[in-house]
Write a protein that binds this ligand. Structure first.
Ligand code: NAP
Length: 286
């Protein structure tokens, strides 16, 4: 048996087209396009690539690219001043501080300056709290992209056994909460989990976000399960994920490839969040 491939690239294109249509409507109605302020601190090459891709996607969707770049040796006070300025600026719909920031900065204190209404990464304590309580808010992009993929491929979630490998603030925890919100029975695994493969085999839906290549092999997959691989690793043969894809594809019912699975969905959901933030801010003003 060979698993059905869940094509994140195609779905991301569809989401971006929807956002572009929504952005054009918003701009015609309000008179100004939604604006995304990406903030890059320093010159980390990987961060520069991520930021470039986000800015391109933002412009392609018809949004205003309000990018700001700070030097690597910027002080905490200067970085805070910039975020405060963006928070106050009505043309800025969304603020995204690219992580990791240089080590001398207090990242948590910096993110805390972003108002929940402009937190398009969904990573502030306020938005994490809203998610935990099941109240409306901006959701983190990667896990909400996973949910969009699962829904697009009609993967049943209500009553399903879902296992999430990883409990980071960025992916694992919000992923578990979004699955719980959709009435899955959720188990969260981490580095102290005993017999990871045995727990993973319970899953109808298995989401792997551990950052460890090949941590999930065929022995950890229930036949016909849906497997979502969030991991990204750059190697000599290109990108790969956390799942041993060649073996897993023979057991799973559906699986995301790396690249072309979750990755493209993350940027698409960032654009969707920016449009949503702009719409809510416009509603609050009227
Ligand atoms: P992270 O902050 O390093 O968290 C990794 C999580 O995996 C931790 O909770 C850790 O457990 C758990 N873990 C590590 N080793 C394990 C093991 N042997 N068994 C079970 N659990 C284990 O990483 P992250 O930010 O969540 O990212 C995870 C992966 O997703 C990375 O490869 C990252 O590059 C990728 N990623 C992809 C996208 C995308 O757009 N596709 C977006 C974000 C991240 P403890 O808590 O016990 O340490």
């Amino acid at each position: 048996m060979t698993a059905r491939l869940m094509d994140g690239k195609a779905l991301a294109r569809q989401v971006r087209d929807e956002v572009a249509t929504g952005t054009a409507e918003f701009t015609a109605r309000i008179g100004t396009a939604p604006g995304l302020a990406t903030v890059l601190i320093g010159n980390d090459p990987a961060s520069e690539v991520y930021i470039r891709n986000k800015r391109r996607a933002c412009a392609a969707a018809g949004m205003r690219d309000l990018h700001r770049h700070l030097p690597a040796d910027v002080s905490q006070a200067q970085a805070v001043d910039l975020v405060d300025e963006l928070a106050e600026d009505p043309v800025v719909s969304g603020i995204l501080v690219q992580l990791p920031a240089p080590g001398h900065l207090d990242t948590e204190a910096l993110l805390a300056r972003i108002p929940a209404s402009k937190d398009v990464d969904g990573l502030t304590t306020a938005n994490a709290g809203l998610l935990a309580q099941g109240r409306p808010g901006l959701r983190p992009c990667t896990p909400s992209g996973v949910i969009r993929l699962l829904e697009a491929y009609d993967v049943p979630l209500s009553g399903a056994e879902a296992v999430v490998v990883g409990r980071s603030v960025l992916v694992g925890k919000p992923m578990a909460q979004l699955l719980l919100e959709r009435n899955a029975t959720v188990t969260v695994c981490h580095s102290r989990t005993r017999d990871l493969a045995e727990v993973c085999r319970r899953a109808d839906v298995l989401v792997v976000a551990a950052g460890v290549p090949d941590i999930v092999g065929a022995d950890a997959i229930r036949p016909d399960a849906t497997v979502v691989d969030v991991g990204i690793h750059r190697g000599a043969n290109g990108l790969r994920g956390d799942v041993d894809f060649d073996k897993a594809v023979e057991v799973a019912g559906a699986i995301t490839p790396v690249p072309g699975g979750v990755g493209p969905m993350t940027i698409a959901m960032l654009l969707a969040n920016t449009l949503e933030a702009a719409r809510r801010q416009a509603t609050d003003l009227t």
